[in-house]
Design a protein around this ligand. Sequence first.
Ligand code: ZN
Length: 490
Amino acid sequence: MLAAIASATLRGTMGSPVSVEVHVSTGLPGFTIVGLPDAAVREARDRVRAAFLSSGLSWPMRRITCNLAPSGMRKGGAGLDLPIAVGLLVATGEVDAASTQGLAFCGELGLNGSLRHVPGMIALADATAPRGLVVPLCDAREAALVRGGDVHGAANLGDLARVLRGQAPWPEPPPPSRAPSSAHEPDLADVRGQAVGRRALEVAAAGRHHLLMIGPPGSGKTMLAERLAGLLPPLTPDEALTVTRIHSAAGCSLPDGTLFHRPPFRAPHHQASVVSLVGGGSWSLRPGEVSLATSGVLFLDELGEFPVAALEALRQPLEEGVIRVSRAGGTVTFPAAFLLVAAMNPCPCGEGVYEGACTCSAVARARYRRRISAPLLDRFDLVVPLSRPDPDELLSGVPGESSTAVAVRVAAARARAAARPVPERGPDLAPDADALLGSKLRSGALSARGLHKVSQVARTVADLAGEDAVSFAQVAEALSLRAGRAAVVS
Ligand SMILES: [Zn+2]
């Protein structure tokens, strides 16, 4: 007898519909899965059989063939366990085919028959519409974020079989998601002094300028970077869905089980693998840190310690806002549009040129600088030298301005920039500001690309001040916000 059950498989951050066909016939007992299954799907045979036996369901001693259609597309992950099991129940006459009409099934089976979490439930729920969807009870709330009321949860295969036979009602859906609590984000009020670093954060947030902070240990680079996401505006509904979909596909838990509403902050360690940074994996192709930081902040502390391969892999997302990952399982394009903030010591010993206490040899310093390639360095509009804070400021006990106050200025500057028509020939500069840039260009202190960057940053500084024309002082500030390049360009 033949059964066809609707399901879906995850490809990157998107789901693709899959029809699971199960055929049971006389012949030598066996269980074959065809239709480009990955290793996890092939192992479904063992999980499904054990789950049947643990749930008190009889295992057919017949020839079982399972086809995953369309057969040309690779299928990954353990989420097809449940539709295979349900197809088997229908094909053996344990449950009526009519009871599965209009329903799709996604879930992993434990050997004891329990239904387990599968990553990417948001994408799978999208791909199985407009059918009703049956998922593990623990995933019902996540699936309902994009589907609303037609999601059913089941705790285990035995319970599900009783529901499909009409012997029990669907289990109570989990309570609706709580309103998102105001998650705690670190506040700029905790940062004493650090006028240059605070200003750099504000300009970075207002103009979406990538920021590199260069300073010795103890100069507050990490503390500042952790406060950048808190200055960004809340996510738009589209951004919220994209960010949540990426986190769901990566198997991350969602904040309070609801959509993300604040920009994410990701801070991968420099010893993290390149795959965890850019995404990938052998078959199922999970999104990496650059994608998890989409619409938020990617913080790379100790930038000079990251492997060169990892830093070079950042160039595509920084240029295109996406990352393409190719593995045996195919090529997948992940979103990867983030605000990059990085921090590094000025030299291996950390003391650098600013403190005058550096003990590094000229060779060691040159080698350290070469780790950051010129094309990567060019991606940073802001390269800011930081020094250790003044002890008097630390001891004064006067709190800094709060993130909320700065975020108000950032939002106003962004609104101002969004309302302005795109200028044909760069920003509107006051004559003396134009002359200042011209003299930097002629003296060789600025390249043509650098000139463009400085005028963009100066435009953001003017937007923060609420001014239409860019003044001499604003260009001078933009120049000072890239003064750190002197420390890393030999
Ligand atoms: Zn040094």
